[in-house]
Design a protein around this ligand. Structure first.
Ligand code: GDP
Length: 290
């Protein structure tokens, strides 16, 4: 499935970010902990090359904690990179975030050279929620400051610590097919840009391999009922179980797909992560060959 979603305003966002990056000390990228690699932005990685980076795996409350640990280790093994898991329930996220950034850029800070940090993330990853939880009264609209883009927010998290939030987001061409499906499953892609049945089937294919018992528990099946089941068979079973049936007894696959996707997005199916570091490496390799 080709998900090509690159609204025009994202071109502008890319330019804004490139401009802002010039005097930034640390780049924070907010990722969805359920799909850390798919929700990352390869273009940002290229633009921010050479800068220290903090990867925040957000919405960790929805993700598989074991896999989140694998991803944190994977990011921490990279040069000049720190990684933290977070969720909206965290009481004082600013403290951990500030400490991690200071450690990444130890020569910056102090009143003469405040630490300047840029926070980026694809839509729906939870950026506004995180920023609001950190900033109550501290947000400074910077539209009238020289060199600062209109609508850009500058949040003073400490006397010598400035967090910049560039509105809009970069969204390059999706390079890895599985990544497109995972983004769609997470709800990051607009409904019009995808076929829900196709996305739900891909999701089920993954869940049948990695989260079969969660799937069985959610829809009250015996786990054996799902053993060896194909994605479409699982979708049919779920549709039947949930009364998504058309006249004549056929399963309403569209309705069943909506149920599967909504349950996953709301965390009702359990704490699930749709990609593991080694899987992602494989998918990426294949995407490059194709
Ligand atoms: P933005 O587009 O990146 O600014 O995303 P928002 O901050 O608007 O969040 C998108 C959705 O994700 C909202 O429904 C939030 O309530 C939800 N959300 C944000 N952070 C978390 C989190 O850590 N855990 C969970 N479960 N939901 C979150």
């Amino acid at each position: 499935m080709a998900i090509q979603w690159f609204p025009g305003h994202m071109n502008k966002a890319r330019k804004d970010v490139a401009e802002r990056l010039k005097d930034i000390d640390v780049v924070i990228e907010l990722l969805d902990a359920r799909l850390p690699a798919s929700s990352a932005n390869p273009m940002l990685a290229r633009m921010a090359k050479g800068k220290p980076r903090l990867m925040i795996l957000n919405k960790q409350d929805l993700a598989d904690p074991v896999v989140t640990e694998q991803w944190l280790a994977w990011y921490r093994a990279k040069k000049q990179t720190e990684a933290l898991g977070m969720d909206a329930g965290e009481r004082a996220p600013a403290q951990r975030l500030i400490a991690a950034c200071r450690a990444l850029a130890p020569t910056r800070g102090g009143l003469e050279k405040p630490l300047r940090v840029l926070i980026c993330g694809i839509p729906n990853v939870g950026k506004s929620t995180l920023i609001n939880s950190m900033s109550s009264r501290k947000i400074a609209k910077t539209g009238n400051m020289p060199g600062v883009t209109k609508n850009e927010q500058r949040i003073i998290l400490a006397d010598d610590f400035e967090l910049y939030d560039t509105p809009g987001m970069l969204w390059p061409k999706i390079e890895v097919e599985e990544g497109g499906y995972n983004l769609a499953a997470s709800g990051a892609v607009g409904r019009n840009a995808m076929d829900e049945e196709e996305v739900a089937l891909e999701l089920l294919k993954y869940l049948l391999v990695h989260y079969r018992s969660e799937l069985a528990a959610r829809y009250k099946f015996d786990e054996e009922a799902l053993e060896g089941a194909q994605d479409w068979q699982a979708l049919e079973l779920i549709g039947k179980r949930r009364g998504a049936v058309l006249s004549g007894g056929r399963i309403n696959m569209q309705k069943a797909a909506e149920i599967v996707l909504t349950d996953f997005r709301d965390g009702q199916t359990g704490r699930i992560t749709l990609e593991r570091p080694e899987e992602w490496a494989e998918w990426e390799k294949r995407a490059k060959i194709l």
